[in-house]
Design a binder for this molecule. Sequence first.
Ligand code: SF4
Length: 655
Amino acid sequence: MGAKRQGYGVKLERGAHIRLGPHPEACEDEEQLRQLTARLRAETGRLIAADLFAGAGGLSLGLEQAGFAVVFAADHDAEAVKTHRHHFRGLTVDWDLSDPTVIDHVGKLLKSLDLDLLAGGPPCQPFSKAGRSMIRHQVRHGLRESHDRRRDLWRSYLDIIRTSRPRAVIMENVPDMALDREMFILRTMVLELEKLGYSVEERVVESKVYGIPQFRQRLILVAIRDGLRDRLNFTWPGEAVGETFVEHAIGDLPAVEPGWRAKENAAGWMPYDAGKAVTSFQKEMRKDVPEEDAGRVYDHITRQVRDDDREAFALMGTKTRYSDLPEEFRRYRHDIFDDKYKRLDAENVSRTITAHIAKDGYWYIHPYQDRTITVREAARLQTFPDWFRFAGPPTAALRQIGNAVPPMLGRILGDALITSLQTPVAVVYSSEEIASCLAGWKRKHAATAIPWLDAETRWQAISAEILLDRAAVPHVRHVWGALKRWMSPDETVAAAGDLLKIGVLIDRSDRAEALLALARVASNGEHPFSDEDLAALVSSRAITQSQADIAALAVPFGEEDTSEEPVVITKGVLRVVARLTGEKELEYKNKLTDGRLAVARTIGFGIDSRKAHTALMELAARVCRPRPECTVCPVERYCASSEKVEQLDAMLPFG
Ligand code: SF4
C-alpha cells in the first residue's frame, strides 16, 4: 500500500462576485409598497403574498409562478436579500425577525396590506423544558408573552400571523421540527392557529414525488383563515407521474473542469448548446432565459479539486463508500467519516442539497465528471431556472441555494392553495373539537382495557407496563387490582412475595422478577419519577422509552402545564387514527412521520390533549379494535371509516 499523499491544501479559485441591482419595481419605502399592492390588486386581481425568512426567494418564485404577487420579503442574510431584491418587485428588507420591535412593526405593516398569503420557513432551534412549560401555559390560557424578550423565530412568525391575520399561511420547515417526543413546536402552532380560526393541514412532504430531482423531506403546514367556519381546508396536491433523475435535470449542461473560471467574458458564462435540452425539466429550466443568453449558461463553476481527490473521485461509483477507497486517498478517519465523499447517481434523484454544500462539495460529486457539482447544477437540482442568479461570491450562492425552498415545490403548493381557497369541503374539524370529544368520553369512562392510564402514581403505570403490557384481558383486570395498591417502589418491594406469585400465575415470572429488581433499585426514595427521573431511568436502560412515555402521559408530574406530554404511538392508536382520517396507509407505515402527525392532530395540544391521548389508547383497546364497534364509538361523527350504519342494520334487521 502506498504512502499517504502530503499537502492537503486545495487551490482556491475566486469566482466572480455577482452584483445584482434591484428589481425595476422595487419599493424604497413602505408607502410605495402600499401603493404597489393596491395597484396590483386593482389592475391584476392577483393574490398578494409576503415571504418571511425568504432567503434568495425559492418559495417566492414558486408562488409567483402559481399566480401570487409577492410584494414583501424579509431575511437576515445580506447576500440573500440582494438576490431577492433583484428578482422580485416590492420591498425586500434585511431585518432581524427575533427583535420584538421588528416583529411588531412587520405585523402591522402586513396587516395594512391585507395579505392573502403569508409564507415562510422560520428556523427552529430546540429549546429547554422550562421554555416549553412557559409557552404551553401561555398558549393554553390565552396569555401573551411580555414584549421585551427576543423571540424564537417560529414564535415571531406566529406573532406576525396574529397581528396581520393573512387569509392563508404556508410554513416550510425541516421534519425534525415535528419529531421530538412532544412534537412541541408543531402542536403549539396548530393550537394557536386554530384558536385564531384557521383550518390547519400539515404533512411531511417528499419533494421527489412532485417531480423535484432531489430527496428532500420538508414539513409543510398550510392554514386557511376562517377555514373552520367556511369549510375551507387545504387539499394536498397530487403526485407527479414518475420521478426526475439527476441526469434528466443536469444532463444537458456542458462538461466543466474543476476550478474553471471564464477568462474571456467578465459576466462568467460558458457556451451552452440549446439543442441539448431534451427533457421537459431541462426545457423548463431554460424556458425564460433571455434570447441573448440562449447560448450561454451562467454560474457553471465549481471548486478546484486536489490531485489526489480527483484520483479518488475517479475510483468512485455511486455506491462507493469512503472506507472503500485505497488508504492513500483517505485523509480523514474512515471510521468517523465513512460517508465523507459521495457521488451522485445519474439514474436517481439527488441527495438533499443543504447549505453545507457551501462549505465543501464532497457529498455532491458529479455523476460522471471527477469534480463536485457547479453552482448552476446545484441550482437546477433545487429547481431554480437558469436565468435565476445569486448575489455574492460562489460560496454565498451555494449557501442561498442549499437554504432555499425548491421553487417547483412553492409553485405546486401555491397552485393547490389557490384551488383550496375556492373550493369548500364537506366539513372541517379542529383538533380541539375532536380532542374535547375524546376527553369527554374518557372523563365518563374509567379505563378498563388499559386501567393504568388512570394510575395515581407514575410508579403504578411503570409497574403495569412492565408486568401487564399486552396481557390477556382477565389477567389485566385481576392483577391491576393488586398492582395499584403498590404506589411506590417501596410498597412493591414490601409485597415481593405476592408479586412473584402473580408472575407465576399469569405465566410472566420473568417480568415479575424484572419489576422487583427495578423496584429495589428505585426504592431508596430518590425517585419521585419526575420527567428528569424518567429520562435518567431510560438512559440507564432501567425502563424503556415507551414505558416512560406512558407513565409521563398518564400521570402529570406537578402542574399539568409544566409536565411533559409525549406523543405515544402504538399500533392500536395508529389504527384508530387511520380509520378516523380515512388515510388507511397510516396504520402500516410512516409511524415516525405521517402517523405521528396524524395522532398529534387528533389529540391537539390544548387543555384536553392529555386526556384525549389516553382516551385514544383506551379506545383502540376497547372500541376501535380490529373489528370496530362503531355504534358505541365517541368519535363516530368525525370518522371517515365508520361502519355504524352497517352495524346498526345488522343489529336491527327491520327490512
Ligand atoms: S367510528 Fe368505528 S372505525 Fe371509526 S374510530 Fe370509531 S370505532 Fe373506529
